[in-house]
Design a binder for this molecule. Sequence first.
Ligand code: ATP
Ligand code: GCO
Length: 391
Amino acid sequence: MVVVVVMGVSGCGKTTVAAHLAQELGCEWVDGDGFHPQSNIAKMRSGTPLTDADRIPWLLNINKYMKRWVAAGKPGVVACSALKKVYRDVLAADIRGQVLFVHLQGPFNLILRRMKQRQGHFMPAALLQSQFDALEPPDPDVEACINLDIVRPSGAIVQQAMQHPRLQALAKGSSSNNDGGERSTVEAKHIIVGVDHGGDGNGDSDDDGDVDGDGLGMRLVSNTANAGQQKQVGGNDSGEEEEEEDDEAEVSMELLCSECLESSHVRRSLREHRRSLSQHNLATTWKCEACTLKHEQQRQHGDVTPRVVCSMCKNAWNWFPTTADGHRVPLPVGPWICPSCEGPARRRHGSSSGDGDGGDSAGDSAGDGVSAAALVCHTSSQHQQGNNPNV
Ligand SMILES: Nc1ncnc2c1ncn2[C@@H]1O[C@H](COP(=O)(O)OP(=O)(O)OP(=O)(O)O)[C@@H](O)[C@H]1O
Ligand SMILES: O=C(O)[C@H](O)[C@@H](O)[C@H](O)[C@H](O)CO
């Protein structure tokens, strides 16, 4: 069992190769871009590179998602830049032995040209240099990885990736599970992370389109590896494949909440489905009803606090500490441990009398001037301050 992370700088072909590879392996795949919060997408679109603080919570969510595959004993493919070693460590946290990085590498000018030719993507080609600057190519002596040259067509790249013993074993496994020992006919499932209509106070989601106008947004699972090869998509009791595309045909989708990662099933027309596929590069995140409600309540209280996910318990914590002069303390860089998980050890560094103003000494649970009381566990339904009852 393996989770493959197809990685590399923007425009190197991660999405293209991930879709083909998942098809080859007959497994689910997801585009890590869909896990970006709206603020990250807006930042990249405006031509500003992401920082570690922008990326870590995003990577933790992808890691959480990958762990669900591992827990379910399912292989999967993720397209995710994973530029630095520390990012890959976050992605592989707790599942290190199960993760294989497939690094797509190629010359700057080739990738630049492909990015310029690509239509409708939020990532400006002008950010490519910053991607190369951040890149720490994986070292096969240190990490489970393959480095592949992207000069060739994506099919050839996938075939080369499939030479890796772990992928061969996976492909063999899936075909030997099949009656008659033939290659699995299971199609790749593509999970798309979609549009946020709940609003998180950034105010920049509307132009990205309410793809279906029902305010749901979407993060969907379908039995298709790419939009151009649309097939019958789940939810049909007969399980038969459709030969002809029928715009009005219904497809079943699994919407995944970007916060709690719980899924809901909806049905909608193939037209809407295709529309969402074509727009997913404009995507931000979707929240389920419960999370949207929580968020809305927080908004009404004027709280549009960023969140940070504990790398141990994976609960999301609202992050609202401020410095003594009233500035917000930046999100922690790198893996972060919440007060509940690391309370006793961290509290040794300060008293527990923090009042949330981020003063240097009071209750410095995060070791960086942040009081435990300045954090609220978001994932917990009880929203208990400075204490996470889920742990
Ligand atoms: N091997 C290839 N040969 C030719 N063109 C390719 C190849 N792989 C990808 N492309 C094209 O290059 C462009 C970038 O590919 P793709 O969107 O898959 O990259 P990406 O790494 O997922 O980008 P990003 O990280 O910005 O989302 C696309 O237009 C795609 O069709
Ligand atoms: O780490 C990053 O800077 C981001 O993941 C970018 O790589 C973008 O998500 C992607 O490349 C744009 O499509």
